[in-house]
Design a protein around this ligand. Structure first.
Ligand SMILES: Nc1nc2c(ncn2[C@@H]2O[C@H](COP(=O)(O)OP(=O)(O)OP(=O)(O)O)[C@@H](O)[C@H]2O)c(=O)[nH]1
Ligand SMILES: Nc1nc2c(ncn2[C@@H]2O[C@H](COP(=O)(O)OP(=O)(O)OP(=O)(O)O)[C@@H](O)[C@H]2O)c(=O)[nH]1
Ligand SMILES: [Mg+2]
Ligand SMILES: [Mg+2]
Lengths: 293, 276
């Protein structure tokens, strides 16, 4: 663990005489390694280590009897702050229906998370959500959402694979506005952030449907590219939040720090399993200690 | 000439960072760079160093390549496994099209009986590529479907069986047990089956891929990896450590969502792309 490695570093440093500011560098090198092993993007790691160093932590650590513990607590606290401090509320205080659009890479967990979020809104926030799939590409994507809607007894708006995704979304929003739904959740097809045509489609979808929330659904086990992917979606769409899925894996989840660091968007929810109940409000401090390992 | 001075050190550091940025991993990147450094004894032009590094990675990847299993007169049974959303079902469709062209009719076992519309999804693909699907309703025993598919292929002289399985995290021991059972039961019908079991890895996955390979290999006899979504900006560097530590070859790479977006793995091409 990082704790053991830092202990080793400080033992060696004490053996060399008093601990100085300069040999905190060695301790921070261990932190850097831990973050890289946790899949945090290398440029994000560089920035974070600089940030930690500049907070003049040397002083307090030097005076501590257990500097490795002090450093870890400090770094974990800094990580939690960078990741958004406390758990963030999804802002639903808009004139209904609140509209949410989920976007992200192929297979990240959008369709499942959309159903989970709809269930959360219904059960935990007493809303009447309407779900809609604009995925005209993936075989049986619309059927997948229909099956989930049936499991949850949550309505799914009409959609056909030969339609324009924008028309599908527009019709669903209209139905929500007329039919007493106070939330519309829009599922989109997975796509690469470098696919110009599909990113244009998403931008058009956003311009017409005008969602209050554009949420990136990202897989917690994503590696170095999490930073570029998030950056790509954010630049085109202005993300308002993130859902991190598959946190029930043993992936360290460094992607969360990369995503948060490059977009500033809050991580709102964590996907913790394949069942629709496996969904909770995201806690930055918990993930911070998991990332450090 | 670099020598061991600051300039040389900086080049090696930059190369190590490039590898880390490609998801090769901290430990594997350091090891590879050190191996090249020892070999060149700190006396080389940047171009020579870069070429040596590429050659070393290529060597690691090629050293574990081996031909696919030969099932003799029996059908070749291939099972696809991997974590949720990695690209198994889509990859299976691509493989079905390829095997059909190379070996004749293909039977597909729809052994993901859990996820919403999983069977529907596979059925659309089978219709598109002209492969026959063996399925039962959602919730039925995946091992039974695998068994039926192998039995059907043997009864009708069909040369290829492809088994789709549900996505599962390697941390879920009950799901890993289920996977063991699917493989075991397939082998009960045809000893030696599944002859090939390929782990489908999402190229955007980070270091967890290594743990996936390790734990899946404990459950079933993995014989290779398929790297899907390599058309993304991710480089898939995780396969290097997987090759080095687990001796698992990359069989194919997925480079898109259409049925033709599958290539046999080419180590040289892969390494070139790693440094782009
Ligand atoms: N273990 C686990 N599996 C999850 C989680 N969220 C989603 N999944 C699974 O991940 C797989 C992919 O989920 P989907 O919802 O189909 O992903 P998607 O982003 O909609 O995929 P595309 O539409 O093809 O881009 C499915 O097997 C889901 O059951 C999670 O939090 N934990
Ligand atoms: N860009 C790209 N997308 C891919 C590739 N392979 C699969 N996909 C997409 O990834 C998503 C998930 O693919 P699936 O085949 O459903 O993945 P899976 O592993 O079967 O998922 P589960 O059964 O839910 O675990 C789909 O949107 C696919 O179109 C690829 O090589 N490139
Ligand atoms: Mg989907
Ligand atoms: Mg599948």
């Amino acid at each position: 663990t990082l704790s053991d490695r830092l202990e080793g570093v400080f033992k060696k440093l004490r053996g060399q005489g008093r601990i100085t500011e300069r040999n905190i560098e060695e301790a921070l090198r261990e932190v850097r390694l831990a973050l890289l092993e946790a899949d945090v993007n290398i440029a994000v790691v560089r920035e974070f280590i600089e940030h930690v160093k500049s907070k003049a932590l040397g002083q307090e650590v030097l005076r501590s009897l257990t500097p490795e513990q002090h450093l870890i607590k400090f770094v974990a606290a800094e990580l939690a702050v960078v990741m958004g401090g406390q758990a963030r509320e999804l802002d639903l205080k808009v004139r209904p229906p609140v509209k949410l659009m989920l976007v992200g890479l192929q297979g990240s967990g959008k369709t499942t998370s959309l159903a989970k979020l709809a269930r959360f809104l219904k059960v935990e926030r007493k809303r009447r959500p309407l779900m809609v799939s604009t995925d005209v590409r993936r075989p049986a994507a619309m059927e997948q959402l229909r099956v989930l809607g049936a499991q949850l007894d949550i309505p799914v708006a009409e959609s056909h694979e030969n339609e324009d995704p924008v028309d599908i979304a527009e019709r669903a929003v209209k139905r929500a506005e007329l039919g007493g739904f106070d939330a519309v959740l829009i599922d989109t097809a997975g796509r690469l952030q470098i696919d110009t045509e599909l990113m244009d489609e998403l931008a058009r979808l956003k311009a017409v449907a005008r969602p209050h929330h554009t949420i990136l659904v990202a897989d917690a086990m994503t590696g170095q590219e999490a930073a570029n992917v998030a950056q790509g979606f954010h630049a085109r769409l202005q993300l308002s939040g993130v859902i991190l899925t598959k946190l029930d894996s043993d992936a360290r989840g460094g992607a969360a720090l990369s995503i948060r660091s490059v977009t500033g968007a809050p991580i709102l929810f964590a996907g913790l399993g394949e069942k629709l109940e496996a969904f909770e409000v995201f806690h930055p401090d918990r993930l911070a200690s998991r990332i450090l390992g | 000439v670099l020598g061991g001075g600051a300039q040389g050190k900086q080049l090696y550091e930059e190369l190590e960072e490039a590898l880390i940025g490609a998801d090769v991993g901290v430990e594997a990147s350091a090891r590879i760079v050190q191996a090249v450094r020892d070999d060149l004894k700190n006396e080389a032009h940047p171009e020579t160093v870069r070429a040596a590094l590429k050659a070393e990675i290529e060597r690691v990847l090629e050293s574990v390549e081996r031909p696919a299993a030969d099932s003799g007169d029996e059908p070749l049974v291939v099972m696809l496994v991997g974590v949720n959303g990695a690209g198994k079902t889509t990859t299976l469709a691509k493989l079905a099209a390829r095997f059909k062209a190379e070996r004749g009719p293909v039977i597909v076992a729809a052994a993901d009986t859990f996820r919403a519309a999983a069977i529907d999804q596979l059925e659309v693909w089978c219709n598109r590529v002209g492969a026959e699907i063996i399925k039962q309703k959602q919730g039925s025993d995946p091992a039974a479907i695998a068994f039926d598919a192998v039995a059907a292929a043997r009864a009708r002289g069909i040369k290829t069986v492809l088994i789709d399985t549900a996505g599962r995290l390697q941390t879920k021991s009950n799901l890993m047990e289920e996977l063991k059972k699917i493989a075991r039961v397939a082998g009960r019908n045809l000893p030696g089956a599944p002859h090939e079991t390929w782990l489908v890895l999402d190229a955007t996955t980070g270091q967890n891929a290594l743990s996936q390979a390790q734990v899946f290999k404990e459950a079933v006899p993995l014989t290779g990896v398929i790297l899907a979504k390599l058309d993304s900006t991710a480089k898939g560097g995780v396969v290097i450590a997987i090759a080095d530590r687990m001796k698992l070859p990359v069989r194919f790479v997925g480079i898109g969502e259409s049925v033709e977006d599958l290539r046999p793995f080419d180590a040289h091409e892969f390494v070139e792309a790693l440094f782009e």
